[in-house]
Design a protein. Sequence first.
Length: 83
Amino acid sequence: MTAKETLHRLVDELPDEKAPAAEQLLEGLRDGEVDPMLVASLTAPLDDEPTTPDEDAGASEAREQYRGGDFVSAEHAKRLLLS
């Protein structure tokens, strides 16, 4: 299967609510206007190194804090950084 055939299949399987984001990304790729950091994060190899128990505990704690509403929104972080 070619890459384009795979893309067509993925688009057909995409949930409707995710279609606008996919459209924006594909248009950006076509037009050469995609954020280079986004491309880097999407094309980076998977991190396959094992985590330590301390890292797992920290990630678990961070998830619980997020679920409990203990986080700073991106907009608020931008305001803090730009002020």
